[in-house]
Write a protein that binds this ligand. Structure first.
Ligand SMILES: Cc1cc2nc3c(=O)[nH]c(=O)nc-3n(C[C@H](O)[C@H](O)[C@H](O)COP(=O)(O)OP(=O)(O)OC[C@H]3O[C@@H](n4cnc5c(N)ncnc54)[C@H](O)[C@@H]3O)c2cc1C
Length: 260
């Protein structure tokens, strides 16, 4: 089936077109959507491209704002986003990172979604072209159809850590990844997010509870590792069984918490 490409110069025009046409998808970096075109996916017949410079803008202050079209390569190279560089560099290889975008990562099917997991840990919100804001934590669970214009989150005052666990080295799809926001000095929210331990990036609430206020205490780390998979429903796929993921989640969380 032919696929039409519509290009819009403003985010609001693109949003109107996307939200009113169920057969349209966004072509952001295209790494997923073009594969679907090539595989003959007939669930859509129109691609929406956005050339609005705001879609590619980065601003860094007390709040960090990334346009939905900012690429992994741009994040990895940005001197004020060094804490996010390991996440961006974990996505695909150099060719993929040159085009793969933040917004596309929020809708990437599992096992993908490293940046989405990091954004949940950072307490990010997704902004629509009309300025509506929705926590990324809710968006990844399946939000109403809307164009994500940007994501925004407070500049982390705590310690942000990230790990991607693969069985094929140096690069391979993650069997899980973990993003953690650990407050400094005991105050502030502890957020531990797994990708691969559910149908979308999920918070490990039991581990967060074990670590609250004492993320560097060895007994709290041991308790968090024991509780890592509590309440989670790991993926069960060709990369790893659900049993294996459940077994190793605590091991990788402990390594991450003990790193540095
Ligand atoms: C070889 C290869 C390796 C990869 N490795 C990884 C990896 O290690 N980790 C990982 O996380 N991903 C990986 N990916 C998947 C993918 O490249 C990334 O997830 C990327 O960030 C997706 O972004 P994109 O801009 O290319 O998405 P696109 O293909 O442009 O879009 C993907 C989906 O998101 C929707 N979408 C895009 N933008 C918006 C928006 N602004 N608002 C609403 N919906 C939107 C589209 O409609 C589409 O359904 C890999 C892909 C390939 C081909």
């Amino acid at each position: 089936m032919p696929v039409a490409v519509s290009t819009f110069r403003t985010l609001s025009e693109a949003a109107r077109a996307f939200e009113s046409d169920r057969a349209a998808r966004i072509y952001s970096g295209g790494t997923i959507v073009m594969r679907d075109v090539n595989e003959g996916d007939v669930s859509f017949n129109r691609l929406i491209r956005i050339t609005d410079p705001a879609y590619r803008a980065v601003s860094v202050g007390s709040e960090i704002r990334l346009g939905g079209g900012v690429t992994m390569g741009e994040i990895a190279a940005h001197r004020d986003l060094a804490f996010l560089a390991p996440v961006a560099r974990a996505v695909g290889g150099p060719q993929v990172r040159t085009v793969a975008t933040v917004a596309g990562n929020l809708f990437a099917p599992r096992p993908y979604g490293e940046m989405a997991a990091a954004l949940v840990a950072l307490g990010a919100v997704a902004e629509t072209a009309e300025g509506r804001r929705l926590p990324v934590e809710e968006l990844v669970r399946g939000a109403p159809r809307a164009l994500v214009a940007a994501v925004a989150f407070p500049r982390p005052s705590g310690d942000f850590r990230f790990a991607k666990v693969t069985r094929v080295r140096p690069k391979g799809a993650a069997l899980m990844s973990i993003a953690a926001l650990l407050p400094r000095g005991g105050s502030g929210e502890t957020r531990i997010v797994f990708n691969g331990m559910g149908p979308h990036p999920v918070r490990a609430v039991a581990a967060e509870r074990a670590l609250a206020g004492r993320a560097s205490d060895p007994s709290a780390i041991a308790a968090a590792a024991r509780a890592a998979a509590e309440g989670l429903s790991p993926l069960d796929d060709a990369l790893a069984s659900a049993w294996y993921r459940r077994e190793v989640a605590g091991v990788h969380l402990k390594r991450l918490l003990e790193s540095r």
